[in-house]
Design a protein around this ligand. Structure first.
Ligand code: 26W
Length: 704
C-alpha cells in the first residue's frame, strides 16, 4: 500500500506527488520486462521477437501505472471529487506505448533497457496495433479529451465498447478501396485489466409489468427479457508526469452464464449457441459511419448496452459508497453524451432511478436533467440519428414508455410557451410522426440535458440559429460552444521531436501542458538561427514521411517540393474532388508551359471511405488515376507529384502532421462542424488553406 502524500494546499485538484515503489530506471525496467518475457509469456530466449518484447514492456509499465492508478482513485474517493463520465461509442486511441512512456518520462530508461537486449525501442513500438475503436474526428476527440483530463487532473472516466473489430483496414487494390477486418486484439491487449467482479446485466426485449409495491406504490418491472452480460475492461489513461492515471472502461458483451442452459440440455444445442453468439455480437464490430447505420438493430443494441452498463456501474459505485441517498448524485456526477449515439442514456437513467431505485418521476427527472450534457458533432441531416418506434418498442419496451412520458411532459411545456402552435409541437416532438414514426435522438438528448454544445463557434451558432433553433428559443441558457482541441502531447511533443526540441530550446517546456505559451515564439520568427533549425526540422519530418510513402506505394516523394496534404475521411462535403481538380489544373498549366513561378508541389491525399459510400470510393479511384498520369509524365518531373496514402490512421497522422507544409481544409462552408486535423497541422507549422468553416475561422483569428 503506497504511503500517499497529502496533496499540498488541497486545491481540490489531484496535485499530489507520489513515491512509486517500482523503479523507473532502466535496470528496474529491464529486470521486470525480462521477468514478464520469460515467465508470463514463456519465451525461452531473449531473442528480439518484438511482439513479445512489446507485451513484456507494457506489463512492466502497467505495474508502474497501476500504483498511480490506485492512488488516483483513492484521492478521488477521499475528496469525493465531482466526476465526469464521457459516454462515447468511439475512442480512436491509436498506439498507447509511446504515449505512456512519454507521460511517465520513461522513454530514455526503456530505450536503454531494450538496448541492453540489443533491440531498438522504435522497433518495439512498431509492434503495437493501433487501437482503432473509432471512425474519425468524433472518436479521436474523445481520445484527446481523455489525455487532457488526466493531464489536468480532472476526474473523468471514459466509457466505451471493447469492439472485437475496430475501424477496418484500408487496402488499395487496382486503385479501389478494399476493407479488411481490424483484428486489433489478435496479439492480445496487454494494457487492459478485466474487472469481472463489476460485470452488469443488460436486458433486451420482454415487456413491462406494473406491480403494486407496498411502500412505493406502483412499479414497472421488465419481464421475459433476453439478458446479456456487460464485462468491463479497464485501460489506464496516464496524465503527463503528474502522477495521475484515469480510466477508460470498455464494455465487452458476453452471454449470461445461464445462457439457455435448459435449451442446451433439451438438446437444442444450436439454439443455445445462437443465443450465445447473438449476445457476443453486440460488441463485435464498430459501425463504419455509414450514414444509414441508424437502420440497424445491432447498432441500437450497442448504444443501449453502452448506456445501461455505464449508468448501472456509476449507480452501483455510488450506492457502495453513499448508500441509497441520491440527493447529491447529480451535483457529484455528470454524463457527457458524445453525439446522440449514447442519448438513450437519458431514458435509461430514468428507468434505473424509478424502477430499480424507487424514485418518483419528478425526482428522477430532476436528477437526470441535472447531470446529462450533450455534444453535437455534425449538422449533416443523414448523421442525425432517428430510430423507428416499432424497433424501440420491441427491443426496449420500458425505454419507449419512458420516452413517450418525457415527450408528453415536454410538449406540455412547449404548449405553455407557444399555445396552439401545433406546427411547432410537431417540429419539436421527440417523435417524428411523418412516415414511419421514429424517435429523434438529438431531441431526446437536448430535452434531457442541462447543457448542449457545438464544437466550434460557427457550428454552435448554426445549431442555435438552425438545427436546434426551436430549443434555443425555449432554453437559451442551455446552449453553448466548446471549440474542439487536440492534445499537444501526442500531436506535437511526441510526434515531432525536432520541432518540439526547437520550441523547448526557445521558450522552455511548459508549453507541453499549456499550449498558449507557443505565443512566445512570435518574437523569434525572424531569427535566422531559429528559422534554419525550423526548416531543418520540417525537412527531417518530410524525409520520414517520404520513407513511409515509398514503402507503402513505391513512389519516391521529392522532399524539396511543397507537401500539400489532405488527410481525413473521404466525403463529398470535405471536397477531396475539388483538391483533385486543382491537381488536374496544375498538370494542365505545366503541360501548356504556363508554370512560371509555380512552386513545385507533392500532393498527398489520404483517408477511408465508408464501405457503402460509392461516391467516396470513386474519389479514391480517381485520385489514384490522376496520380498515375502525373507521376508517369516526364514533363512533371521536379514540378508535380501526387499520391494516395493508404490506410490512414492515428499512427500515420503522427508522421503526416509533422511533415506537411500545406494543410488542405476546404470543406463546403457550414458543413465541417469543427475539424481537428486542421489544429494538428497548424501546431506543426503547416500553412492552412481552407474555407471559413468550423474551427478554421478560429485558427485564422489565432494565427492569421
Ligand atoms: C455521414 C457522415 C458522417 C457520419 C457521422 C459525418 C459525421 C459523423 C459523426 C456523427 C460526427 C463526426 O464524426 N463529426 C466530426 O466530429 C469532429 C469532432 O468534433 C469534428 O471536428 C468534425 O468536424 C466532425 O465532422
Amino acid at each position: 500500500m503506497n504511503v500517499l502524500n497529502e496533496p499540498e494546499s488541497n486545491t481540490g485538484s489531484l496535485e499530489f506527488l507520489q513515491k512509486s515503489q517500482l523503479g523507473m530506471d532502466s535496470e528496474s525496467l529491464l529486470a521486470d520486462l525480462s521477468r514478464y518475457y520469460t515467465r508470463m509469456l514463456g519465451r525461452r530466449t531473449l531473442r528480439t521477437d518484438t511482439p513479445f518484447l512489446y507485451q513484456a514492456l507494457v506489463y512492466a509499465l502497467r505495474d508502474r501505472l497501476m500504483e498511480r492508478w490506485n492512488d488516483t482513485n483513492i484521492v478521488l474517493e477521499r475528496d469525493k471529487a465531482r466526476r465526469a463520465h464521457y459516454l462515447s461509442m468511439e475512442y480512436l486511441m491509436g498506439r498507447l506505448l509511446h504515449n505512456a512512456l512519454y507521460s511517465l518520462d520513461a522513454v530514455g530508461a526503456s530505450s536503454d533497457a531494450l538496448e541492453a537486449l540489443g533491440v531498438e525501442l522504435a522497433l518495439v513500438e512498431e509492434a503495437e496495433h493501433d487501437a482503432g475503436l473509432g471512425n474519425g474526428g468524433l472518436g479521436r476527440l474523445a481520445a484527446c479529451f481523455l489525455d487532457s483530463c488526466a493531464t489536468l487532473g480532472l476526474p473523468m472516466i471514459g466509457y466505451g465498447l471493447r469492439y472485437q473489430y475496430g475501424m477496418f483496414r484500408q487496402k488499395i487494390v487496382d486503385g479501389f478501396q478494399i476493407e479488411e477486418p481490424d483484428l486489433w486484439l489478435r496479439d492480445g491487449f496487454p494494457w487492459e485489466i478485466q474487472r469481472l467482479e463489476l460485470a452488469r446485466t443488460i436486458r433486451f426485449g420482454g415487456h413491462t409489468q406494473i406491480i403494486q409495491d407496498p411502500d412505493r406504490g406502483e412499479r414497472h418491472m421488465l419481464v421475459d427479457t433476453r439478458d446479456v452480460l456487460a464485462v468491463p475492461y479497464d485501460v489506464p489513461v496516464p496524465g503527463y508526469r503528474n502522477g495521475v492515471v484515469n480510466t477508460l472502461r470498455l464494455w465487452s458483451a458476453e452471454a449470461t452464464d445461464e445462457f439457455d442452459l435448459e435449451e442446451f440440455n433439451a438438446g437444442s444445442y444450436t439454439e443455445a449457441v445462437e443465443a450465445k453468439t447473438a449476445a457476443e455480437n453486440i460488441s463485435m464490430v464498430l459501425y463504419p459511419n455509414t450514414a444509414t447505420e441508424s437502420g440497424h438493430e445491432l447498432r441500437l443494441k450497442q448504444q443501449y448496452f453502452l448506456a445501461s452498463a455505464s449508468l448501472q456501474d456509476v449507480l452501483a459505485d455510488w450506492h457502495k459508497r453513499y448508500g441509497e441517498d441520491l440527493t447529491e448524485f447529480a451535483s457529484r456526477n455528470c454524463f457527457q453524451l458524445n453525439d446522440t449515439h449514447p442519448a438513450v442514456a437519458v431514458a435509461e437513467l430514468m428507468r434505473l432511478l424509478m424502477d430499480e431505485h424507487g424514485l418518483s418521476w419528478d425526482s428522477a427527472w430532476h436528477i437526470t436533467r441535472s447531470c446529462m450534457a450533450y455534444t453535437n458533432h455534425t449538422l449533416l441531416p443523414e448523421a442525425l440519428e432517428t430510430w423507428p418506434v416499432p424497433l424501440f418498442e420491441r427491443l426496449l419496451p420500458r425505454i419507449m414508455e419512458i420516452i413517450y412520458e418525457i415527450n408528453a411532459r415536454f410538449l406540455d411545456e412547449v404548449s405553455i410557451h407557444w399555445p396552439g402552435d401545433n406546427a411547432r409541437m410537431r417540429r419539436m416532438s421527440l417523435i417524428d410522426e411523418n412516415g414511419g414514426r421514429s424517435v429523434r435522438m438529438a431531441y431526446l438528448a437536448i430535452v434531457g440535458s442541462y447543457s448542449v454544445n457545438g464544437v466550434a463557434a460557427l457550428h454552435s451558432r448554426l445549431l442555435t440559429e438552425g438545427l436546434f433553433r426551436d430549443f434555443a428559443e425555449l432554453w437559451p441558457e442551455k446552449f453553448n460552444n466548446k471549440t474542439n482541441g487536440v492534445t499537444q502531447r501526442r500531436w506535437l511533443a511526441a510526434c515531432n521531436a525536432p520541432l518540439s526540441r526547437l520550441i523547448t530550446d526557445t521558450i522552455g517546456d511548459r508549453w507541453v501542458t499549456d499550449l498558449d505559451l507557443l505565443e512566445g515564439l512570435r518574437e523569434h520568427v525572424n531569427d535566422t538561427d531559429f528559422r534554419e533549425r525550423w526548416r531543418a526540422a520540417k525537412l527531417a519530418n518530410k524525409q520520414r514521411l517520404a520513407d513511409m510513402v515509398l514503402e507503402r506505394t513505391g513512389l519516391a516523394l521529392d522532399t524539396s517540393m511543397l507537401f500539400d496534404v489532405q488527410v481525413k475521411r473521404i466525403h463529398e462535403y470535405k471536397r477531396q474532388l475539388l483538391n483533385v481538380l486543382h491537381a488536374i489544373h496544375l498538370y494542365d498549366r505545366i503541360r501548356r508551359g504556363h508554370d512560371e513561378g509555380l512552386v513545385p508541389r507533392a500532393i498527398i491525399i489520404g483517408g477511408k471511405a465508408a464501405p457503402g459510400y460509392v461516391m467516396a470510393k470513386n474519389f479514391i479511384k480517381l485520385i489514384g488515376n490522376v496520380a498515375r498520369v502525373i507521376n508517369n509524365d516526364p514533363a512533371m518531373r521536379g514540378k508535380l507529384q501526387m499520391v494516395f496514402y493508404p490506410d490512414y490512421n492515428v499512427t500515420a497522422m503522427e508522421a503526416i502532421c509533422a511533415a506537411a507544409d500545406l494543410s488542405e481544409q476546404i470543406s463546403t462552408a457550414g458543413k465541417e462542424a469543427s475539424g481537428t486535423g486542421n489544429m494538428k497541422f497548424m501546431m506543426n507549422g503547416a500553412i492552412t488553406i481552407g474555407t471559413l468553416d468550423g474551427a478554421n475561422v478560429e485558427i485564422r483569428e489565432a494565427v492569421g
